[in-house]
Design a protein around this ligand. Structure first.
Ligand SMILES: [Zn+2]
Length: 234
């Protein structure tokens, strides 16, 4: 983070509003070590402001050598990776236009689609700045296209059929043929879903803030940190 001067952060002049369609980003590029193959890769740092959310630093690493990539999101305001409270965002998808809502999924965010009995754990997709449609396509890609049960020898007909059915349902959600809820549950509080009615409340979206459990703090590695004012639960 040393490449970004405090003055720039405080002055706010480097921030601009972004959307996932915006190709006019001007990230700072730094050569850095790939944690996968230990060759040199590139980290792109982008300081940006999401309207009605907050100022964030998006740090995307990619390695030309082994193709490994990773995206991390940090909050500028809290000066670290974690908000005071966790956030659970529930969107009721009712219209095809919901697909173009901007979506920021931090690397600690789980994704749930209750109607499809689907849950994606926090580490599975990494951090992403995308749209609802982009996230659904990534989920389909991960669950169906890249699934060893579909591609490999170990696949049973029954299992493959279920995964393919899941993929077809995702396609129908994207096409607006079936309505589902998408839940973004982020104990670090760094995930965001665009409210298209902002600054008014979004009738189809519920945002719940919650205090993390001891276990969730444990998962985020926060119990080891000596943060002033932080009380460990007993
Ligand atoms: Zn690499």
């Amino acid at each position: 983070m040393s490449v970004i001067s405090e003055e720039n952060v405080r002055g706010g002049s480097v921030f601009k509003d972004i959307s996932a369609d915006d190709e006019d980003w001007q990230p700072t590029e730094i050569e850095s070590l790939c944690m996968n193959c230990y060759q040199n890769g590139t980290t792109r740092l982008l300081l940006t402001k999401i309207p009605f959310f907050k100022e964030i630093i998006v740090s995307s690493f990619s390695c030309a050598n082994c193709s490994w990539s990773n995206t991390e999101i940090q909050s500028v305001k809290s000066g670290g990776a974690t908000e005071e409270l966790g956030t659970k965002i529930t969107l009721n998808i009712t219209d095809p236009s919901d697909m173009s809502r901007d979506l920021l999924k931090s690397e600690t965010c789980s994704v749930l689609i209750p109607e499809l009995e689907f849950e994606l754990g926090m580490a599975a997709l990494g951090g992403k700045f995308t749209t609802v449609e982009g996230l659904l396509k990534d989920i389909k890609d991960l669950i169906v296209a890249k699934n060893p049960f579909v591609c490999g020898d170990s696949g049973t007909t029954d299992r493959v059929q279920k995964l393919n059915e899941f993929g077809e349902k995702i396609d129908k959600v994207i096409a607006g043929e079936i309505n589902v809820h998408i839940v973004l549950d982020d104990p670090a509080g760094n995930s965001y879903l665009q409210n298209v009615y902002a600054p008014d409340p979004d009738p189809e979206m519920v945002i719940e803030k919650y205090s993390r459990s001891f276990e969730q703090n444990e998962e985020l590695g926060l119990n080891d940190m000596k943060t002033e004012g932080y009380q460990q639960e007993n």
